[in-house]
Design a protein around this ligand. Structure first.
Ligand code: ZN
Length: 364
């Protein structure tokens, strides 16, 4: 099996274009065409994790946090990051990270966190904007169905839980084929009028080249007429954080207890109790303080994230229960998520979750 097959199945769930601008998700060491012997899944790449992969005979580590996050100017082995890069390359170990692209997807880090906490009716808290496009293709009526199907199969036409969405308008297209062309209909040098369909559909911007190429495969014209418009619509299935609901409300003290149990942590920090019961909860695994106002606007009774700063707590103002439950703790299920994504696609591939707890925080 080639590394690129594993990458393709992860990026089908968490496309790289969904990562934040500061991030460095993707393949950090190794080549997509390399053969893979097995993969170890971890939240963080540390030296013991690389040793574990070596002892298992695996040459791929799939992590949530990218080992190389800031650019490295020298690789001498003076820091753990440098030593890990050296060790990985010397042992032909590929390092792959699915970070904020896995945070920003509807089936990602926050979806599994919600599921583990027992939250239902989930939705993205802060949907991404500026990633959608409208594509318009003009096609003769005889080929409209084929072209539509090709566009849908390549990833166009998804709106919420609906697929195959398009709008179709019939009209007349005109063209004159010039010397050197081989027109599908009409004569060279004469203006031709053809009954055509204007197919409009929506798509993620990064899929446009793939969708256009699929369209060209089945479109009969030598020159395909198409328009592409950037949209300001939000993507309902991509963005930061997630909000869900308990089937019945719990007290704030009860909620904190649930978190400690489900996240298996001895300690949780939170803002003063508001006196309200907790039903609607927003979550963001890892560092989610940038979503506090979104959670308040969403009407959440509580916002759970991995890390908050001292001054973040002042934003609660009795309107919401802010909970700081630990970075590792709120992201720990990401390992299980990555495991299932790969396992479902490649059931016989050698795959393991690392036995090493890489949480660098010590609770006393
Ligand atoms: Zn994180």
């Amino acid at each position: 099996m080639q590394l690129k097959e594993i990458i393709r199945c992860i990026e089908a769930i968490a496309p790289l274009p969904l990562q934040e601008s500061y991030d460095n998700s993707g393949l950090l060491t190794g080549h997509p065409n390399d053969e893979v012997s097995g993969a170890l899944i971890t939240l963080d790449v540390t030296e013991p994790v690389i040793d574990e992969a070596i002892s298992l005979g695996f040459n791929l580590i799939i992590a949530h946090h990218p080992l190389i996050f800031k650019p490295l100017k020298k690789i001498n082995g003076y820091s753990e990051v440098e030593r890990c890069v050296i060790k990985a390359i010397r042992n032909n170990i590929a390092l792959y990270a699915a970070h904020t692209n896995l945070d920003n997807t509807v089936n990602g880090v926050n979806a599994i966190l919600c599921r583990k906490l027992g939250l239902k009716n989930t939705a993205i808290l802060s949907p991404l904007q500026g990633n959608l496009r409208k594509l318009v293709i003009f096609v003769p009526e005889s080929h409209a169905e084929k072209v539509r199907q090709a566009m849908f199969a390549a990833g166009a036409g998804h709106i919420g839980n609906y697929d195959s969405c398009s709008f179709n308008l019939s009209g007349s297209g005109t063209f004159r084929a010039l010397e050197g062309t081989k027109p599908f209909v009409g004569e060279i040098g004469e203006i031709h009028t053809e009954e055509e369909v204007r197919i409009e559909t929506v798509l993620p911007a990064w899929l446009e080249p793939r969708i256009l190429s699929a369209t060209r495969q089945v479109h009969p014209y030598e020159e395909v007429a198409w328009d592409s418009y950037p949209l300001t619509n939000e993507m309902s299935n991509a963005g930061a954080g997630m909000t869900g609901q308990f089937s019945s409300a719990v007290t704030e003290a009860g909620f904190v207890q649930i978190l400690k149990e489900k996240l298996n942590t001895p300690s949780i920090r939170c803002s003063p109790f508001t006196g309200r019961r907790i039903n609607k909860v927003s979550v963001c695994g890892g560092s989610g303080n940038f979503l506090i106002q979104d959670a308040i606007r969403a009407g959440a009774d509580a916002f759970v994230t991995g890390e908050l700063k001292y001054h973040d707590y002042f934003l609660a103002e009795g309107r919401i229960l802010l909970v700081e439950a630990g970075h590792y703790e709120t992201e720990q299920f990401t390992k299980e998520l990555l495991y299932h994504i790969v396992k479902e696609n490649f059931p016989t591939f050698a795959l393991q979750i690392s036995m090493i707890n890489t949480n660098p925080v010590n609770y006393l």
